[in-house]
Design a protein around this ligand. Structure first.
Ligand SMILES: Cc1ncc(COP(=O)(O)O)c(C=O)c1O
Length: 415
């Protein structure tokens, strides 16, 4: 068997460059990131996550700058995901109280009159690990119960981490997408409130709030980049499972810079490349990726795109990449053992794939056409999101310490 190329890529024929992007404005109303950030700021323990620069690596690879928004320690949960779940829970509660247009301070949510009005609420979610942990954490912080559905390939460490945040965990015999379907059915029967990070026909408000919640990290990143004299990243590489993070990121930057938006790239695992497949089919609709989604990038192991995320990506993403697991593993190792002078970053499988993809694109002759299509050069200022830290410690060590998932000989650097 021949080894997969480090990236298969497709340009998006529907990519637009214009002053406005209606699909973005619909899901991310202008100014939303200021609102979400002021909400998150009220959460005890909230801190701006660091934006890290890798100047030595950028120099070695021949680009102007590599900037990594490092979500590996967000609210002690090791991933950005809690930003979405917490904001969606907040907005759901506001709606239940009929207080959608009022500012409701976070602390107010725990006051006796509000609790009495809300009654006994249980929040439910399906997850690859991180979203469920975020929902469990936010529900627990507010004194509510949660039930989190995981699929059968979820590691024991990920399940334990969700339980540690007060949730009951249900294991579904299937994939992430099966867990999404099952939690919806069970929640209907049990009267639970589903907080999903993916959307479907008739269920878009909550996943929209989840996506809005993610913009806090982008609002922070933009401020941090500006403080470094970078007005606008020239390139954004965003990893995707159902596509909500990528769409929030790419949508945020497209809205902010209009026709001057960055070149936007979506990166997926080759075993779960539902957005790539949707571009490949090319009828403008989102399509599922078949199979058992067997990838080390657990957070990206999603077979069904989120339709509201797809709406943004199909108009604002320029290129879609599908990458084998060794690309993520390489990214993890480079983050963990940086060039002298660059900061060390703890990055899990789903967090590191964009760095791996960037490196292979810049270094491998097989991807020279991709590098040219992306116009990557010494003037490029590239933004990546390290979307998770060490969320599965055993697996992290197997990859980083023991060299699991090695780069095939054909694509290794020749020293
Ligand atoms: C660490 C990490 N990165 C990225 C993603 C992708 O997010 P989305 O499913 O919104 O595409 C996830 C999703 O769970 C994740 O856990």
């Amino acid at each position: 068997m021949t080894d997969s190329l480090p990236a298969r890529w497709l340009p998006n024929p529907g990519a637009q460059r214009s002053d406005t992007y209606p699909a973005v404005d619909e899901i991310l109303p202008r100014g939303i990131s200021r609102l979400t950030r002021s909400f998150h700021r009220q959460i005890p323990g909230y801190k701006i996550s660091p934006l890290k620069s890798l100047p030595r690596l950028a120099d070695m690879l021949g680009v102007g700058g590599i900037w990594v928004k490092d979500e590996s320690a967000r609210l002690t949960l090791n991933s950005f995901k809690v930003l979405g779940g917490s904001f969606a829970i907040y907005r759901t509660i506001q709606r239940r109280l009929g207080m959608e247009h009022l500012e409701l301070p976070f602390t107010e949510l725990m006051s006796d009159p509000i609790r009495a009005q809300l009654g006994d609420l249980t929040f439910a979610a399906a997850t690859d690990g991180n979203h469920g942990k975020g929902v469990a954490w936010a529900a627990h912080a507010l004194g509510f119960k949660s039930v989190i559905y995981v699929h059968k390939a979820t590691s024991a460490a990920r399940i334990k981490a969700i339980e540690a945040n007060g949730a009951r965990v249900v294991v579904v015999d299937g994939t992430y997408d099966d867990a999404v379907r099952q939690v919806t059915v069970d929640a209907e029967r049990e009267g639970w409130q589903v907080i999903s990070d993916t959307s479907w026909e008739g269920y878009a408000d909550i996943p929209r709030w989840v996506m809005q919640g993610y913009t806090t990290l982008l609002n922070e990143a933009q401020e941090q980049l500006a403080a470094q004299g970078i007005i606008r990243p020239t390139h954004v590489l965003a990893q995707a499972g159902v596509g909500a993070l990528a769409a929030a990121t790419i949508g945020f930057y497209s809205q902010l810079f209009g026709a001057e938006r960055p070149i936007n790239v979506v990166v997926e695992p080759e075993k779960a490349a539902c957005l790539y497949r949707s571009i490949e089919i090319g009828d403008g609709q989102p399509h599922s990726f078949p199979g058992d989604l067997d990838t080390i990038m657990a957070g990206l192991a999603c077979g069904d795109p989120s339709p509201i995320a797809w709406d943004i990506l199909r108009s604002c993403a320029d290129v879609f990449l599908s990458c084998p697991d060794y690309v993520a593993a390489k990214g993890m190792r480079v983050y963990a053992v940086p060039l002298a002078g660059d900061p060390f970053i703890v990055s899990g499988e789903s967090g590191a794939v964009t760095l791996g993809a960037l490196m292979f694109t810049l270094e491998r002759p097989e991807l020279a056409d991709l590098k040219a299509a992306l116009r990557l050069d010494r003037d490029s200022q590239i933004l990546l999101i390290n979307s998770e830290g060490n969320t599965d410690p055993n697996h992290f060590r197997r990859i980083v310490w023991d060299g699991l998932v090695n780069v095939p000989a054909a694509y290794k650097e020749k020293f």
